[in-house]
Ligand binder design. Structure first.
Ligand code: BV8
Length: 232
């Protein structure tokens, strides 16, 4: 039974109108990473950080999944083997396109976390610093996002998937944030065939067996059609 493990980054949501990080005018151009995506930044100015994620949560809620997201959902529902999506993205466009096995290694805009008791609940559209935790009552709510210096989620399960992948595809990521950028090396060690889908070669592009250049909304439907045709 074949297993396809897919890593996605901001590039797959770019055509849904959600900003990427490193494009000019991208999210990090408007804010310094240290100020909005680190625990130190949150401690220094919780309102700046909470408002940064409020803006992205509202933008994601307005966005619609694109043909790239839909192609991956199609693959999961029609492929005879197993398909796992590991996303670095905090939007829920994979789920809204119909993907079911989605692992949010860097958290989710739709989730809130209590910094005091680790309770998680569905985030309101607008969060404020000091919101009370519905479980323990502490004024310790925070966006359920993995910031720089924090441990990504579900890493044990992710490494199990990488160790048993037949195909590893990396889509729309610049390959410069770890541990995600190291996944291709893990997949290669497991003997997987590795493919990168991007507008341009990423920082780890040289580690892939194949690079497919183009917009994900065009390249992914073609790839999925081919995979499904080959399995009949
Ligand atoms: C950890 C959530 C340890 C927040 C994010 C020095 C060397 C190596 C590593 C480090 C180092 N110093 C520090 C580190 C570790 C650090 C790191 O890697 N830093 C980098 C900057 C060097 N990593 C961490 O801190 C991680 N944690 O290491 O923990 C630890 C150990 C023990 C105990 C505790 C801790 C946690 C990192 C997670 C940070 N959170 N996201 C938020 O969303 O606001 S990172 C964020 O940026 C994304 O999630 C993603 O991971 C990352 C990169 O973004 P991309 O998705 O790649 O987007 P980008 O804009 O960069 O690229 C878009 C790509 O798409 C481009 O290539 C473009 O060409 C392409 N594209 C565009 N349009 C399309 C397209 N492709 C196809 N079609 C299109 N239409």
């Amino acid at each position: 039974m074949k297993k396809i493990v897919i890593l996605t980054g901001a590039g797959i949501s770019a055509e849904s109108g959600l900003g990427t990080f490193r494009a000019e005018g991208g999210l990090w151009a408007q804010h310094r990473i240290e100020d909005v995506a680190t625990p130190e930044g949150f401690a220094r100015d919780p309102k700046l950080v909470v408002d940064f994620y409020n803006a992205r949560r509202a933008q994601a809620a307005e966005a619609t999944a694109n043909a790239g997201h839909r192609a991956l959902a199609d693959l999961e529902s029609k492929f005879y083997g197993e398909v796992v999506v590991i996303t670095q993205n905090v939007d829920d466009l994979h789920e809204r396109a119909g993907s079911r096995k989605v692992m949010h290694m860097h958290g989710s805009l739709t989730s809130a976390l209590c910094a005091a008791c680790d309770h998680r609940w569905e985030a309101p559209l607008v969060m404020a610093p000091g919101d009370a935790c519905p479980s323990c009552g502490a004024p310790a709510a925070r966006p359920d996002i993995v910031w720089f210096g924090e441990m990504p989620y579900e890493m044990d399960e992710i490494f199990e998937h990488l160790a048993t992948a037949d195909i590893f595809a990396s889509i729309g990521t610049s390959g410069n944030v770890y541990p995600a950028a190291g996944f291709v090396a893990e997949a290669r060690r497991a003997g997987a065939r590795t493919i990168e889908f991007n507008l341009e070669r990423s920082d780890v592009g040289s580690q892939f067996d194949e690079i497919v250049l183009g917009s994900a909304s065009e390249t992914l439907p073609k790839w999925v059609d081919q995979l499904l045709a080959d399995q009949t």
